[in-house]
Design a protein. Structure first.
Length: 388
């Protein structure tokens, strides 16, 4: 392993690299952890793409996003956050296993070796960046100058590309150490195998603890165990969490007496709150599924958006909608929804939550609630709809 065994003393390089003798810094351990880490990153990548394209669909897709199942986004985003949190533990374990290679001597043996090391450096940087920014995002702490969403999205591609490259370069080693009795692993001393099993069990237990203490933020049957997630599904006004409060959005009860719903289209009109309340309503049980991982089902009632659109002269099934909030400034003040959402009978301008009028923090007087949509697009404090 070390250069000590390779020839006379005077031939040693001037900076002797540290020697690592622990048997768990080996290819079998790296492969066993790498498989789980790769699986976690794959789920994160795919669910992240789902989240991105639901929020920023390319124009050819904008009117054909799926509105069913109603809990689709709840599931994909719950998985995104759960696998992302698990990946933190797996990444730390994997980095510990391979870190002796950082001290490889000589640092560069050939052009190929240099490229391989460079690709690993990119991979590690991208992976650490993704889990770190993702974690800070779920606690809503942004100690950096860039914008989280575009950065997290761009680096996801770098991470995915460098993982694919890494798997391709390491394919022979991965194959040789894939299973406990694969060629490269057979014949290892029994105590080494036992040590490895303990390490893998420990990592598995840590992943289990992290998952069980956070997943209840979305998987509500486990909410009693949700000790570490930043949001608890029951904590908030009307028993539902709030990401952006009315105060933070600059909306106050003051002045809402003058509130009117303004609907712009071929036949524009305005409605007072009393007039809006008098329209036929629909009830729907739909989740708020926050991109930050928490989600809760609730009973909503309100006026179907498609009724409001039709009344403004919008063509049923063909009209997209722009929704504007009373919010003063904020990234989610204006939201657009494609025709498939605008036309869905479950997409509501909601007036009540669990049978009570919306509280100010949940979007009083009226908010959007639509099936299979990211929470950021469930616009609160709506005052204007434009048929597009
Ligand atoms: N106008 C406006 N609506 C908004 C937001 C916002 O910042 N501004 N935040 C959204 C986010 S991130 C989520 S998760 C949901 C949460 O809804 P709730 O606060 O009623 O639980 O509201 C959405 N509606
Ligand atoms: Mo959210």
């Amino acid at each position: 392993m070390t250069s000590r065994t390779r020839g006379p003393r005077f031939a040693l390089p001037p900076h002797r690299p540290p020697a690592f003798t622990g048997p768990l810094h080996d290819a079998r351990t790296a492969t066993a952890l790498g498989r789980w880490l790769g699986a976690a990153f794959a789920v994160c990548f795919v669910t992240g793409l789902v989240s991105h394209y639901l929020q920023h669909p390319p124009s050819w897709l904008a009117d054909d996003l799926p509105t069913r199942p109603v809990w689709g986004y709840r599931l994909t985003q719950g998985l995104h956050i759960a696998t992302g949190l698990a990946a933190i533990v797996l990444l730390l374990a994997k980095l510990w296993t391979v870190y002796p290679r950082l001290f490889t001597w000589p640092p560069v043996r050939s052009a190929r070796h240099a490229l391989e090391r460079l690709s690993v450096a990119v991979l590690v940087a991208a992976a650490v960046f993704q889990v770190f920014t993702g974690l800070l995002n779920i606690v809503e702490w942004y100690p950096w100058a860039f914008s989280f969403v575009p950065a997290h999205f761009a680096v996801a591609w770098i991470a995915a590309g460098s993982i694919l490259l890494h798997v391709a370069v390491k394919a022979p080693e991965i194959r040789a150490h894939w299973s406990r009795d694969a060629a490269g692993t057979l014949g290892a001393p029994a105590e080494e195998t036992a040590d490895r099993r303990s390490l893998l069990l420990g990592v598995g237990a840590a992943v289990g603890v992290v998952t069980v203490t956070t997943v209840g933020q979305a998987l509500t049957p486990l909410k009693a165990l949700d000790l570490l997630a930043p949001r608890h599904p029951d904590h908030g006004p009307q028993g539902l969490p709030v990401n952006r409060t009315a105060a933070a959005a600059g909306v106050s009860a003051h002045g809402l007496g003058e509130w009117r719903l303004e609907v712009v289209g071929p036949r524009p009109y305005t409605l007072t709150l009393a007039a809006l309340r008098a329209l036929p309503r629909t009830r729907a049980r739909l989740p708020v599924a926050c991109v930050e991982g928490w989600s809760v089902d609730a009973d909503w009632s309100g006026v179907p958006i498609r009724d409001l659109v039709e009344r403004a002269g919008g063509r049923p099934g063909a009209a997209a909608l722009r929704v504007t909030s009373l919010e003063v400034v904020g990234a989610y003040r204006v939201m657009e929804m494609g025709a498939e959402y605008a036309d869905d009978p479950l997409t509501l301008l909601a007036l009540t939550l669990d049978g009570q009028p919306l509280s100010l923090d949940h979007g009083f007087p009226a908010r959007i609630i639509a099936p299979d949509r990211p929470g950021v697009l469930q616009t609160k404090w709506v005052h204007r709809l434009e048929v597009l």
